[in-house]
Each structure stands twice: as structure tokens, then as C-alpha cells.
Design a protein around this ligand. Structure first.
Ligand code: HEM
Length: 534
């Protein structure tokens, strides 16, 4: 009988140990190189920050507490008691004054300066030459992680997302918004703005009223129809919760962006706001998902020949579903987020800018009269604004452009660099947040005479030629510029023309009384009050 010798250490064990050793060594090398590269990048960032001017900072918090505006007014530094309040009630600090604070900081610093939002370095730019480089650079085409606050509502949608997927979806959506669909959209803009005028006229006997709620409902109906392809009824009292919660969500997104203690989801979700956001999004996403399901059923029924087209399928959701079913270009969740992104980007901006335009016209009766004369002359006997009229609204277009100068919908835009970028004012390292302070540039006397005055003639061609093209960027520009600019201008012209041709607006509000705030976009804190004179 032969005895087999049993090895003291099994061979399997030896080979496993060798493999474990190799894996351990590789992990250690990886850890070492990534830690070293992290500290190198961090060192470069800190070194760069030291080379820039900026307000004094606190350890760890940097300048973050500058935005913790005291409930009683405006304090530049928050005392300890307020930090305790933040801990127990993170949603405590109002954000109405945050915008004033931000603009004060930008005005009181150099043209290019640095800011620490906790551990994150932020470089603020105000020079149009720098904007031109940044907005055109692929190394600055990524949105800052601060846009993550939008994700519960719109995921990695066109506005908040970055990278190849965003670029592909942008390429899909852009022609859909700018092609033959615009003529169909124009019909819908006319219908809803005529109804809005009727509703406003009914308020004549009540004196001054705020036009924003009227225009919010009007633009909700326009966007439900042109973007979702469903008949909106907000002006007739429908979609109340959809409108209400959309407004609240815009507010929460912005509030979170500036209050770093609300950034972690586990804190925000435990606040009352977090709970309200969850409820609101359930309702909003429910409506969006229903619209998607309905349009998909229609697509299938059309393909089978079970139904016939009542009108060309040009509403954005219809075009996107047709594209998606044919090319597998996005899944259902992506579609939900993209379509709601475009809805927000269009509805809120147009409601706010048309309200500001009416306010400017109500404050400047001479300018309003000139707009009315132009509209009456261009439209002649036509009830509706038609495609042929649009390019003849030259003065109205200047009025809209001047409104967008004073009230740029995105007063600050933030990018995160993915490489080193040479600017006119400095060389920005990788992984740095860069703020494009459009609001400051739009009101800077270096580029505009008497910048606080409302003067549409600044946009006469001969005056535009004298300015740097990036001193005016209401629609941003370059790689991440607005995809709905043409849509927006057509919609705004239709709304204003249909209102102004038969209503005369008057207001007691003065320019210097307008205080601004930011939700997801810029807004007036005291509303847009005016009355209609017949
Ligand atoms: C007066 C109206 C409007 C203004 C002033 C405006 C302005 C802007 C600005 C400044 C941006 C860049 C934002 C940033 O970088 O953070 C932007 C992006 C965008 N806008 Fe508009 N917008 C308007 C209307 C619209 C409309 C009507 C639509 C769609 C129908 C739209 C769709 C978008 C989309 C999808 C983006 C994201 C583009 C990207 O990042 O690739 N916007 N808009």
C-alpha cells in the first residue's frame, strides 16, 4: 500500500495567497496613485485660488455662510446661534435676500475673483472675453455638480446633465424645436394668449393685479400643448396641483443650490421641503408618465393603421416618441426627464419674461405706445399673429431684448472644468467651478450707458456693433446655449402683441422698487402689479 504525502500547505491555498498578495499590491498602488493625483490636483487648485483676489474665508466653510442671510435682514456673517438654528431646522433661512447678497459680493470684488463654497473652489468671471472662451470650450461644457439639486425633478436632463448622452439628446431635440413644428406652435400661442387677454380684461374693475399668475397659466397651457401634445386647461382652473408643485420645485432647487447644508439628500429629505418635494414630484411625474403612455399608444395605433392622424405629429413629445421607437434613442425614464426639462425650461422662462416685459411697458407709456402702433400696423386686420408678421415686429423685438438684458433669466451660470483653460484674465485649472455672471455684465457701465435705464434702442443694429458679442448673453451661448431661443422669441412676441394691441397697461411701480430674487430663474420679489386702462 503506497501512502500519498499530503502537502503541509495545500497548493490551492498557495495560489490563492499569491493572487491575494498581487491583488493587494495592485490595490495599494492604485490607492497610492489616486491619492497622490487627488492631492496634486487639490494643491494646484489651492495654489491657483491664492493667486486670485476674493473675500476672507473661514476654515472648512470657506465663504458658504455669506449666503446664510439672517432672517431679520442682511447679515454678512452668521453668528454661532444661527449655525445652531441651521442644525435643528435647515430650511430656516429665507432665500429671498440671497440674490442681493450674491450681487453685492460680485460688485464689491475684482472683475475675476475666487470664492470657497465649503471645500469647492468657485471662480467668478464677469469679462465677456472670458465668457466667449468658456462657453465655447468642451473642457467647460460640464454643468457644475450644484445642478445635481435638479436631479430629483429632471434627472440627467438637457439642462442638468453633461457628457456624451446629453450631447446626443441635445442633437435630437434641437431640430424638433426649430423645424416645421413652429408654425403649429404659433397657432397654439395665439389661442392661449387671446384667452389670457380676455381673462385679464375681466379684472379691469379690480384695479391693480399681478400679471404673473395669468401668464403662468397661459404658458402652462401653451407648453402642455406644444411640448406634451395634450390640451392644457390651466387657464380654466385645471392642472392646479401641477402648476403649484412645479413652482415649489423651482424654489426648492434654487434654495438648495445656495445652502450647502441642504446639499446632502439625507438632510434635505428630512426637512418639510423634502417631504413637499416628494409629494409634488409624484404628482408631476405621474402626469408626465401618463402623457408618455398615451402618446406611445397613439404611435402604435397609428403604425397598425388602427387610427389616422388628426394633425401632423409635431408636438415635441410626439416627435420624440416617434424617434425613440424607431432608433431606441432613449428609455422611458430618460424621456420623462427630457420632456419635463424642456417643459420647465420653456414655461417658467416665458411666463417670467413676458411679465417683466409688460411691467417695463407699463412703466414706460411712451415705449408701450410705440409697440402698440407697430403691432397694429403689422397685424392690419389679422386676428392672429402669423409667421409673416414675426420679422416685422422690430421694435417689439428690441423691447424684449432690453427686458432680457435687465432681467437675464439665468443671472449666474455655473460650469465645472474638466481640463486646464486659458482665459484672458487667468488660467483655470481642472475641477474648478466657474461662474458666468451674466447679470453683472448686463448691468455693467463698462458696456452699457446708464445700465439701470430701460432703453430698447440699445439694440438698434448700429449700437449692437459697438459691443463685445458676449457682453449680452440672455440665452447663454456656445456648446450649452439655449436650444429654445427661436421658440421663445416667437412665443414672447405673440403674447405681447396679442395683449398690447387692445389693452393699455399702467403701473405705480418704479424701476428702483423692483427687488429681485432667484428661484430656478430670476424673479421680482414684489410681483408684477399693473392695471388695464381701456
Ligand atoms: C425667454 C426665454 C428663455 C431664456 C431667456 C432662456 C435662457 C436659457 C439659458 C441662459 C440657458 C443656459 C442655462 C445654463 O447654462 O445654466 C438655457 C438652456 C436651455 N434652454 Fe432656454 N431659455 C428660454 C426659453 C427656452 C425655451 C422656450 C426652451 C424650449 C422650448 C428652452 C430650452 C432650453 C434647454 C433644453 C436648455 C439646456 C441646453 C443645454 O444645456 O444643452 N429654453 N436657456
Amino acid at each position: 500500500m503506497s501512502l500519498t504525502r499530503v502537502p503541509l500547505i495545500p497548493e490551492d491555498f498557495l495560489s490563492v495567497s499569491v493572487l491575494a498578495l498581487i491583488a493587494g499590491a495592485l490595490a495599494a498602488v492604485y490607492l497610492w496613485t489616486s491619492t497622490r493625483s487627488y492631492f496634486r490636483r487639490r494643491y494646484a487648485l489651492v495654489k491657483f485660488a491664492r493667486s486670485l483676489p476674493g473675500p476672507p474665508t473661514l476654515p472648512l466653510l470657506g465663504n458658504a455662510l455669506e449666503f446664510a442671510v439672517n432672517p431679520e435682514g442682511k447679515s454678512s456673517r452668521v453668528p454661532l446661534k444661527n449655525i445652531i438654528i441651521i442644525y435643528y431646522n435647515p430650511s430656516f433661512f429665507p432665500h429671498e435676500e440671497t440674490f442681493d447678497r450674491v450681487i453685492d459680493i460680485i460688485k464689491n470684488n475684482e472683475k475675476t475673483f475666487r470664492f470657497w463654497l465649503g471645500p469647492q473652489l468657485v471662480v467668478v468671471l464677469t469679462d465677456p472675453r472670458d465668457y466667449e472662451i468658456i462657453l465655447g470650450s468642451p473642457k467647460a461644457s460640464y454643468k457644475d455638480p450644484i445642478y445635481r439639486m435638479m436631479e430629483p425633478a429632471v434627472g440627467q436632463g438637457l439642462v442638468s446633465g453633461s457628457g456624451p448622452r446629453q450631447r446626443t439628446h441635445r442633437k435630437i431635440v434641437m431640430p424638433m424645436l426649430n423645424g416645421r413644428a413652429l408654425t403649429t406652435y404659433l397657432k397654439c400661442f395665439n389661442i392661449h394668449s387671446h384667452y389670457c387677454r380676455k381673462l385679464m380684461e375681466d379684472t379691469i374693475q379690480h384695479g391693480e393685479f399681478d400679471v404673473l399668475p395669468f401668464l403662468t397659466n397661459c404658458t402652462t397651457d401653451m407648453m402642455l400643448e406644444t411640448i406634451f401634445g395634450i390640451s392644457g386647461a390651466a387657464q380654466r382652473g385645471g392642472y392646479k396641483r401641477f402648476v403649484h408643485y412645479s413652482d415649489r420645485i423651482y424654489e426648492f432647487i434654487h434654495l438648495r443650490m445656495f445652502k450647502i447644508w441642504l446639499h446632502p439628500d439625507f438632510i434635505f429629505e428630512r426637512t418639510e421641503m423634502g417631504e413637499e418635494q416628494r409629494t409634488g414630484l409624484k404628482i408631476i411625474h405621474g402626469i408626465v408618465d401618463q402623457a408618455i403612455a398615451r402618446k406611445k399608444r397613439e404611435h402604435v395605433a397609428l403604425a397598425r393603421g388602427a387610427i389616422t392622424e388628426e394633425r401632423p405629429r409635431v408636438m415635441l413629445l410626439e416627435q420624440m416618441i416617434d424617434h425613440m421607437m424607431k432608433n431606441q434613442s432613449m428609455d422611458d425614464l430618460e424621456l420623462r426627464y427630457q420632456i419635463y426639462t424642456v417643459y420647465i425650461a420653456a414655461q417658467d422662462t416665458i411666463a417670467v419674461i413676458s411679465s417683466f416685459t409688460l411691467l417695463m411697458l407699463a412703466m414706460h407709456p411712451g415705449i408701450q405706445e410705440k409697440v402698440r402702433e407697430e403691432v397694429v400696423e403689422v397685424l392690419g386686420g389679422s386676428e392672429d399673429v402669423e409667421e409673416v408678421h414675426l420679422s416685422d415686429f422690430k421694435y417689439l423685438e428690441r423691447v424684449i431684448r432690453e427686458t432680457l438684458r435687465l432681467f437675464p433669466i439665468a443671472p449666474l451660470m455655473v460650469r465645472r472644468t474638466t481640463g486646464v483653460i486659458e482665459l484672458e484674465s487667468c488660467t483655470i485649472p481642472e475641477n474648478c467651478s466657474v461662474v458666468i455672471a451674466a447679470f453683472r455684465t448686463h448691468r455693467n457701465e463698462e458696456y452699457w450707458d446708464h445700465p439701470e435705464e430701460f432703453n430698447p434702442d440699445r439694440f438698434l443694429p448700429e449700437n449692437c456693433n459697438k459691443r463685445h458679442p458676449f457682453s449680452y448673453i440672455p440665452f447663454s451661448g456656445g456648446l450649452r446655449g439655449c436650444v429654445g431661443q427661436k421658440f421663445a422669441i416667437i412665443c414672447l412676441k405673440t403674447i405681447i402683441a396679442n395683449l398690447v394691441r387692445s389693452c393699455r397697461f399702467e403701473t405705480s411701480v418704479k424701476m428702483e422698487e423692483i427687488k429681485l430674487k432667484m428661484d430656478i430663474s430670476i424673479r421680482s420679489r414684489c410681483g408684477y402689479r399693473m392695471k388695464i386702462i381701456k
